[in-house]
Design a protein around this ligand. Structure first.
Ligand code: UZR
Length: 228
């Protein structure tokens, strides 16, 4: 693992409801930046994408035994201290450990993944804007806004194919916890966004504007480093 990086990373928080396409937006931004010839050479620009989903805390044995009742969309489901400490370390240019989460068993895997800091770090999650400490770490905050019915349709497909659920489980969970928590905890954080992307990944104009902004901010940083 390498040591502290010279430049402070540009940190982007990406929030939005479940299945809004937060991860796809992050992947697209990174892919677009990598395409740019200005950032291809020079070996200075590296990207790191972290999902808040990795920081679900381990459940107590009592919570495990009644897992159907557990609200994974409530802020109390996440290990906030660990999230803030991890992003603070990365912001300082230090390496960090990212836990690995298994959605099928709803528990953390034994092994975490070691990562180096990067020039651009994207952190995405349903509650990425929930903590004031986290909000203070971001240089840019993006909220991905997609209609509820579209998100539900995607969620049903994704949870069945990738997360080992059946359709009735997904719908039940959606009505009981996902939708009420979206209204109570996630939607109110939209006010913190610098940019709201309507229709998510489909909105290529918005993604292009964001990518241009990041390029501009990175060039600025490189410039000030060269002039220093
Ligand atoms: P995204 N989630 C699970 O279904 N199981 C878990 O063990 C942990 C989380 C779900 C969670 C939330 N809710 O809506 C979603 N439920 O993962 C967040 N119920 O993930 O942002 O990728 O949609």
């Amino acid at each position: 693992m390498s040591q502290r990086r010279a430049n402070r990373p540009f940190i982007i928080g990406v929030a939005g409801g479940t299945a809004s396409g937060k991860t796809s937006v992050c992947t697209k931004i990174i892919a677009d930046l990598r395409q740019d010839k200005e950032f291809k050479d020079g070996s200075v620009h590296r990207f790191l994408h972290i999902a808040q989903d990795n920081f679900y805390r381990n459940l107590t044995s009592e919570e495990q035994s009644n897992i159907g009742a557990f609200n994974f969309d409530h802020p109390a489901a996440f290990a906030w201290g660990e999230i803030v400490a991890t992003l603070q370390d990365l912001k300082e240019g230090l390496p960090a450990c990212i836990p690995n989460y298994d959605f099928v068993t709803s528990s953390r895997q034994a092994e975490a993944t070691a990562v180096d800091s990067a020039d651009v770090i994207l952190f995405d999650g349903i509650l990425a804007f929930y903590s004031a400490e986290l909000r203070n770490l971001y240089d840019l905050m993006i909220f991905v806004n997609v209609d509820d019915d579209t998100r539900l349709a995607r969620r049903v497909r994704r949870d069945i194919t990738e997360r080992g659920r059946d359709v009735l489980q997904v719908l039940d969970q959606y009505e009981r916890t996902v939708k009420p928590s979206f209204t109570q905890f996630i939607l109110p954080t939209k006010q913190y966004a610098h940019i709201i992307i309507p229709r998510g990944l489909d909105n290529s104009v918005a993604i292009d504007l964001i990518t241009q902004h990041i390029k501009w901010r990175l060039s600025e940083r490189l410039q000030s480093k060269t002039n220093a």
